[in-house]
Write a protein that binds this ligand. Structure first.
Ligand code: BG6
Length: 456
């Protein structure tokens, strides 16, 4: 397919996000969809690079993504680099004027620089149809997210703002739409009459990986739960949208998030936090988080966070949604787990335990498992347990590739709407405040463990 967006303007092109994630994802997308190869990629950043240095960067990122020579050559033929102060209106104006309209401006920049760049854009005549793409974190709390939304509204219409959450591009997450709404089986039981609890877990083995500058001022709650896991919750818990389009789907997401509050309305009791100490993950030595270069231990940044959220509506009242994510854990566990209530009555004569049915959606590589109780193979009256297990593979594109496809199509379906971003902060702001006030202890866990011993 060809794209309405003909110019992809990458601000912060010399930075880590661009080289490590965005350029490889763009390569994957252009490889999968050759009709997009006429896209002009323009890199802009603080570094004093010439076109050849920039092309080397594109080449190495595309090669890492195993992109074919045809795709690479098509991009190299037109790509260029312009050294730019992205916070200066005149420089941005010249940069944008040099592009074929309408461009997509991707702010691959630290959040504070993104805000300054957007402020500078107030003095730039943006071509009709310009798309703005912003990375997380979107603001630092509800008030700053609202301010940023106000600023963006002065630049382009909301539908042309893409707030990136790459979890919305994960095939497992997208599959929630097909699984929930294109089957007869699940929707009738997708409520508090039948569901006992929902766990949305993203436990990583990765530790800090030299990201102290960003991570130490964010922590697990902001880095993962405020953004990614609440987006997943929205897709799990939302009402069925009439259509999967940017209006209906995003209305449904926003509506369910508006109904969310932390368990019992008590921010100090609804969450737990912990930080890893030295240990081993998969034979790798992991130093104490507090001793990592760039970490300010006195900040008390958590590397593992858990938050229980309630969805205060008739479908979900009483069902806990436990969101958890952490780093340097012994076992990688990335999944949505729906635990159903026990059968209403197991007939006398069937022996053994009827375990709750459990539907598990595993994120990347995608897998769906359904744990059921059946009659055992030996004694037919003895209950046994089986797991139906389907491997769905890795998805057509990495999550960032799906996100970029939406950007180039000018379709914000898979991006976070402004009101939704504010809702996510509304939910976690009081928890962050309780943690900062020291109302919740910072537990510890050795790297390579499952978390603090008493969290089980
Ligand atoms: C990022 C977080 O947004 O998502 C990281 O900043 C996290 O801390 C990452 O590791 C997880 O997503 P993925 O797709 O890289 O597994």
């Amino acid at each position: 397919m060809s794209s309405p967006i003909q110019t992809f303007l990458l601000l912060g092109a010399s930075g880590d996000l661009a080289g490590r994630l965005l350029l490889p994802a763009l390569g994957d997308l252009l490889e999968a969809e050759p009709g997009r190869r006429d896209l002009v990629l323009v890199g802009a950043g603080a570094e004093d690079w010439d076109d050849a240095t920039w092309q080397d960067r594109v080449r190495s990122s595309f090669t890492a993504a195993k992109v074919s020579p045809a795709t690479l050559d098509a991009v190299l033929a037109t790509t260029r680099y312009q050294q730019t102060d992205v916070t200066d209106a005149a420089a941005l104006s010249a940069l944008i004027a040099s592009c074929a309209a309408p461009p997509a401006l991707y702010f691959a920049l630290p959040p504070a620089v993104t805000v300054r760049a957007c402020t500078a854009l107030l003095d730039v005549d943006l071509p009709e149809g310009t798309v703005l793409v912003l990375e997380k974190p979107f603001g630092t709390d509800q008030a700053s997210a609202a301010d940023l939304n106000g600023l963006l509204t002065r630049l382009v219409p909301e539908a042309q703002v893409h707030r990136v959450d790459h979890f919305l591009g994960r095939s497992t997450v997208l599959n929630l739409l097909g699984l929930r709404f294109a089957n007869r089986l699940f929707e009738p039981v997708w409520n508090n009459l039948h569901v006992e609890r929902v766990d949305i877990v993203f436990d990583e083995q990765l530790a800090l990986e030299n990201r102290a500058r960003y991570y130490d001022s964010a922590g697990a709650l902001m880095d993962m739960i405020q953004s990614h896991l609440l987006q997943v919750l929205a897709l799990v818990a939302m009402e069925p949208p009439a259509a999967v389009n940017e209006t209906d789907l995003r209305d449904a997401e926003a509506q369910v998030l508006r109904a969310c509050r932390v368990r019992g309305g008590d921010p100090a009791a609804a969450g737990r936090r912990a930080r890893y100490t030295a240990g081993h993950v998969d034979e790798r030595d992991i130093p104490d988080y507090a001793a990592e270069p760039g970490v300010d231990a006195s900040r008390g940044t958590e590397t593992l966070a858990e938050l229980v959220v309630e969805v205060d509506n008739s479908r979900w009242a009483g069902v806990p949604f436990r969101l958890r994510s952490g780093k340097a854990l012994g076992v990688k566990r990335k999944e949505v787990l729906i635990t159903f209530k026990p059968a209403t009555h197991v007939p006398v004569g069937l022996r053994g335990d009827a375990l709750p049915d459990r539907l598990r959606l595993v994120m990347g590589p995608d897998r769906i498992t359904l744990g059921l109780t059946v009659n055992g193979p030996d004694d037919p009256m003895e209950l046994d347990h089986v797991e139906l297990d389907v491997d769905l593979g890795a998805g057509r594109l990495p999550p960032y590739g799906e996100v970029l496809a939406g950007v180039l199509d000018g379709d914000p379906l898979l991006s976070v709407r402004g009101d939704t971003a504010e809702q996510c902060w509304r939910i976690v702001d009081p928890v962050l405040a309780a943690w900062r006030a020291g109302d919740v202890p910072l537990d510890t866990y050795p790297a390579g463990s499952d978390g603090p011993a008493d969290w089980a």
